[in-house]
Write a protein that binds this ligand. Structure first.
Ligand SMILES: Nc1ncnc2c1ncn2[C@@H]1O[C@H](COP(=O)(O)OP(=O)(O)OP(=O)(O)O)[C@@H](O)[C@H]1O
Length: 576
């Protein structure tokens, strides 16, 4: 048995353990033959060398060494060629002898393989029994590990042939570049597949490990692999392939949540796109329903009842938020300021599927994104706006509303309101100048788009609260709205947190206030639920206004990020 180093001073490793084993085992082995066998086995030089290498590798793993060069073998050849016959020096001769040594050569080539991370196995030679007549037949060998091949097959209805239906982008089959959609599969590992069902073939493939040989007839149109432009979309719905009975292969599906950013890898198939989660380093794509397909099936699923049922359930039939109220000194009429002639609060939002997005970062000097707050009545939008305004009055601002009512003595035009005539108001309504307007006691009140523009052009952040159905009108390159949904906590928490809160009663014009009622809380929660169901695809952030200070901090932080960090916005907002 060779002498074994014990690695004094080190933790006893595998090498030391191996060295100690024969003597440790000796008392337990009766037969001398067994003893010799064990001695021989544990004394085997190659085993010791392997273990030594293993220990060295483990030792170096933590220090993460990087190769000095990736081509040691070619360099050695160059050096040998240069030195050959040029010097009689003993050192040169020794070096040439060393470099010519097959072991050293192998060592250098292994070094290069490791440095270049060339670990793919060498493919075995092609079989010799290829039918010469079938000149259009391709023999393909792929080496399969645990990863699926990333291809689906189908039986052609008319010819009965087994056809490659789909190649998943970035999957093993795609990376090989050898199999294409439309190729006809003839054999797998020498087994003809003509008489087999697709499920049987899939089973054969699933059970295969290592090299798999495919015999295929290339499809008529072998598409040149064009590099797809990078396209990202924001998912506007939740998706789990496990719950989708229409997906051709559940395992190939990609699950995602509303708001996820997906990179679209292929739209070749009209029904099933291929996508990856943005930033996912795994190159393999998964199947997701295409926009058209999802729109079609969502259109069938959408309940039509929500519109009418909500209209009748909401007590605030006026339906207008009072986005101008913060600029008013007199808050007494705010509860019923607007009377809507026609409520379109709960109209049908567009069928939400995907929206193409691009990364965006506000440049110094650019206008700010419009900050839109939405939420049910009484949830605390005014309170949050007020806190933002107080926190930095130079940075945040709210719009000044227009009204057709006469100016009161203590009021200033352009400060409390923009006072305009009823006739002009009518014209402005006709010219779509208002994002929101309504009538109260024969006078108009409204928020004009120009009042938003005026704030943005001063490079201030404009805070606006509107009804959720209006968001879609603001979703333009000009406003780039950052929509925050402010949600109430549970009724229990509302009861707890709003114990001392007084709200303006709205029953009359006097300054009367009242506490929240149980009905108010319930309505707030119900309304929030409905808003979320119908419009959550338009919300970029949801804040639960449980503790006011916490909600405010969350909002403040989010707005800071929107101003300074890169985030995703619809691609349509980047070209005006
Ligand atoms: N987290 C909170 N905890 C306790 N009271 C709150 C909280 N948030 C808001 N409030 C109080 O609730 C009342 C209603 O808030 P606010 O006026 O901001 O609601 P709103 O969303 O603007 O609703 P509305 O459109 O009916 O005016 C205010 O008295 C406010 O101070």
């Amino acid at each position: 048995m060779p002498a074994l180093a014990t690695g004094a001073g080190h933790e006893p490793g595998l090498y030391e353990l191996l060295a100690a084993l024969p003597s440790q085992l000796q008392p337990h082995v009766n037969c001398s033959e067994d003893n010799t066998f064990l001695q021989d086995m544990f004394g085997e030089r190659s085993l010791h060398s392997l273990v030594k290498i293993h220990e060295r590798l483990q030792h170096y793993e933590e220090s993460k060494p990087v190769p000095v060069l990736e081509g040691a073998a070619p360099l050695a050849r160059v050096v040998s060629d240069e030195l050959e016959g040029k010097s009689a020096s003993q050192d040169v001769k020794e070096l040439l002898k060393l470099l010519a040594n097959p072991h050293v050569k192998s060592l250098l080539s292994v070094h290069d393989a490791v440095a270049q991370k060339k670990y793919d196995p060498e493919l075995p030679p092609l079989p010799e029994d290829i039918d010469d007549d079938e000149d259009s037949v391709k023999i393909i060998r792929l080496v399969k590990n645990k990863e699926p091949l990333g291809a689906t097959i189908r039986r052609d209805e008319s010819t009965g042939a087994i056809i490659v239906a789909r190649i998943m982008k970035g999957g093993a089959a795609d990376r090989s570049g050898l199999i294409h959609v439309g190729d006809e599969l003839k054999e797998v590992n020498g087994i003809p597949v003509d008489d087999k069902k697709p499920e049987e073939i899939i089973r054969i493939l699933a059970q295969s490990q290592g090299a798999i040989t495919f015999k295929v007839v290339p499809g008529a149109k072998e598409e040149a692999s064009i590099k797809e432009p990078q396209m990202f979309v924001k998912a506007l719905f939740d998706y789990d392939p496990k719950d989708d009975s229409t997906i051709p292969c559940k395992e190939a599906g990609l699950a995602f949540k509303k708001g996820c950013i997906l990179q679209i890898m292929s739209q070749d198939d009209a029904t099933w796109w291929q996508a990856k989660h943005e930033g996912d380093t795994n190159p393999r794509a998964g199947l997701i329903p295409s926009k058209q397909f999802q729109e079609r099936r969502l259109a069938f699923q959408r309940p039509v009842t929500t519109v009418s049922s909500l209209r009748s359930s909401t007590r605030r039939s006026s339906g207008f938020r009072r986005s101008f109220r913060l600029s008013r000194r007199d808050r007494k009429t705010t509860k019923s300021m607007y009377e809507a002639k026609k409520s379109e609060i709960y109209d049908m939002a567009d069928v939400p599927t995907y929206e193409e997005v691009v990364p965006y970062r506000r440049q110094r000097g650019d206008k700010h994104r419009l900050v839109v707050l939405v939420g049910p009545t009484g949830v605390g939008l005014s309170e949050l706006k007020k806190k933002l305004l107080i926190s930095d009055p130079q940075h945040f601002s709210v719009t000044i509303p227009h009204t057709s009512r006469p100016k009161k003595n203590q009021e200033t035009d352009g400060v409390d309101y923009h006072f305009i005539s009823k006739q002009l108001f009518d014209t402005d309504i006709h010219n779509n100048k208002f994002i929101e307007y309504g009538e109260y006691k024969g006078n108009y009140y409204g928020t004009s788009l120009d009042s938003i523009r005026s704030i943005l052009s001063k490079k201030k952040v404009c805070l606006l609260d509107v009804q959720p159905h209006l968001i879609k009108h603001l979703r333009t390159a000009e406003f780039k709205p950052f929509v925050v949904f402010v949600k109430p906590p549970t009724v229990d928490r509302l009861r707890e947190t709003r114990k001392k809160t007084q709200i303006i009663s709205g029953k009359d014009d006097k300054d009367s206030t009242k506490p929240f009622t149980e009905e108010d809380f319930q309505e707030m929660v119900n309304m929030a639920q409905t808003m979320e169901t119908q419009y959550s695809h338009l919300f970029e952030m949801v804040i639960v206004n449980d503790d006011l200070d916490v909600a405010f901090s969350e909002l403040q932080l989010a707005l800071k990020k929107v101003e300074t960090e890169t985030h995703w916005i619809p691609v349509s907002w980047t070209h005006s």
